[in-house]
Design a protein around this ligand. Structure first.
Ligand SMILES: [Zn+2]
Length: 457
């Protein structure tokens, strides 16, 4: 009897011990929903790293997210998220087992989920992206269209097709990433940049021979790499990323223009700013699989000196016009390693329109009148650049290659990316980049674009 009681006591102790050893439950604090053109993003603020599983159920279509060792900070009532994809969201906390979130779907969706570490104003976050299946199909169809149009270009290199000059307009930040905040009115950079971007797009659209491409046209986040890749896919002629700067102290004022530098920043402030702007992906939310360091290699490989010179020249033209709108912070285009400007073949600049940290500039940035003036200044700068830039209406591949015509390689049995790269004396990453290859799969018969050899400027 006595020994049995002791054993019971011991096993109880063990139970208590294991419960104490288990980690504190993660609390789920808040949920946000952002709608982008091709996906819906759901973000949960959580108190720490979280294990989760995601699976799909049919009739009715829904996605179930199980979060291990998690509990709600306060009960959440069912909510209807609105929008084309997401229906009712239900959160249930069972007596035991994982916290379960059920996302009702109004249409088919492809889910993807990932955790984000603390960044900017946020702590740990669980992000669930639901991609519209229709948008994904369109996305997949696009490379084929590209292949057709570039074949047409190759067939008649002497007569470039006359087409509109495309101005890629990138409203900085968005969605999860508010950007800098104003001191007096808590103005969010992401709202100001979108307003100026839309105004600029309107001016471009009203001009014969020019066409705007709004990289972001709503309150959602777009990854930095995806921003310039969209511009490349649409064969943009210039890329302008719009921002509003913030620094400690309230006195700094005026606009500044930046271009990419590979060799390090032109000054300490430019470097700090690039670090800050590059942190957008951490705040706005890009899963690790969206990024890779391939581009860094490619940048070394492809001689895009020409593009860098064009970028500075575009920046000069814009700066000259912004001087007529208001004061400038720096009289020359500064350079640093901005991730969003890493397009190897499109002249790209980042414009800090004014300091949102300066209360009087913040006040102006909020007014449609000043937004219009800034947009008009950007527009005049872009227009005069396009007028004097000597680039042929661009086929990006040829822009990368300088004057050499595009070459093609048809994949034969037994060939690998590496062996083809060796054959043509180019870097394998350059080959992969130019042909938008995600992995090493090389079907026999695939036509690859071959970049020109390096070394002749
Ligand atoms: Zn910014």
């Amino acid at each position: 009897m006595k020994s049995a009681a002791r054993r019971l006591g011991l096993s109880l102790l063990l139970l208590v011990g294991s419960a104490a050893a288990a980690a504190e439950p993660v609390t789920v604090q808040q949920m946000r929903v952002w709608r982008a053109p091709d996906h819906t993003r759901i973000v949960f603020d959580v108190s720490g790293p979280l294990e989760h599983r995601l699976f799909m159920l049919q009739d009715p279509n829904r996605i179930v997210v199980d979060m291990d060792n998690a509990r709600l900070q306060q009960s959440m009532s069912d909510m209807d998220a609105g929008g084309p994809l997401l229906g009712t969201v239900r959160v249930g906390q069972p007596e035991s087992g994982p916290l379960r979130v059920v996302l009702g779907l109004k249409a088919d969706a492809r889910p993807r989920s990932f955790m984000l570490k603390p960044a900017g104003p946020y702590g740990h976050r669980l992000v669930i992206d639901l991609y519209d299946t229709k948008a994904t199909e369109q996305e997949n169809a696009r490379p084929e269209e590209d292949a057709i149009s570039s074949t047409m270009m190759r067939m008649s290199p002497a007569k470039p097709v006359v087409r509109d000059r495309i101005v890629a307009i990138d409203a900085g930040h968005g969605g999860e990433d508010p950007g800098a905040l104003g001191r007096r009115y808590r103005t969010r950079e992401k709202d100001v940049t979108l307003a100026i971007a839309r105004e600029l797009a309107r001016l471009v659209a009203d001009t014969p021979g020019m066409r705007p491409l709004l990289i972001r046209d709503g309150d959602y986040y777009v990854g930095l790499r995806q921003r310039f890749q969209t511009a490349r896919r649409q064969r943009a002629d210039v890329f302008v990323s719009i921002h509003a700067d913030a620094v400690p102290g309230r006195r700094a004022f005026g606009s500044s223009v930046y271009a990419l530098s590979e060799k390090g920043a032109s000054n300490a402030m430019a470097r700090l700013l690039a670090d800050k702007e590059n942190a957008s992906d951490l705040i706005g939310g890009v899963s690790l699989s969206d990024k890779d360091d391939m581009l860094a290699h490619v940048l070394l490989d492809l001689s895009h000196n020409k593009t860098m010179q064009d970028s500075v020249s575009l920046g000069d033209d814009i700066l000259a016009e912004l001087q007529r709108v208001g004061p400038v912070h720096m009289r020359r285009v500064a350079q640093a390693g901005f991730a969003v400007l890493k397009s190897p073949d499109i002249p790209s600049v980042l414009v800090e329109t004014a300091f949102i940290s300066n209360p009087s500039e913040e006040k102006k940035l909020r007014t449609p009148a000043f937004q219009r003036q800034l947009a008009a200044g950007l527009f005049r700068g872009i227009k005069s650049h396009l007028a004097h830039a000597v680039t042929v209406p661009s086929v990006p591949i040829q822009a990368i290659q300088g004057t050499e015509p595009a070459r093609e390689h048809v994949v034969r049995r037994g060939e690998t990316l590496a062996s083809i790269a060796r054959q043509h004396n180019i870097h394998v990453d350059a080959l992969r980049f130019l042909n938008d290859l995600r992995d090493n799969d090389l079907p026999v018969g695939l036509k690859l674009r071959i970049p020109a050899k390096q070394g002749d400027g």
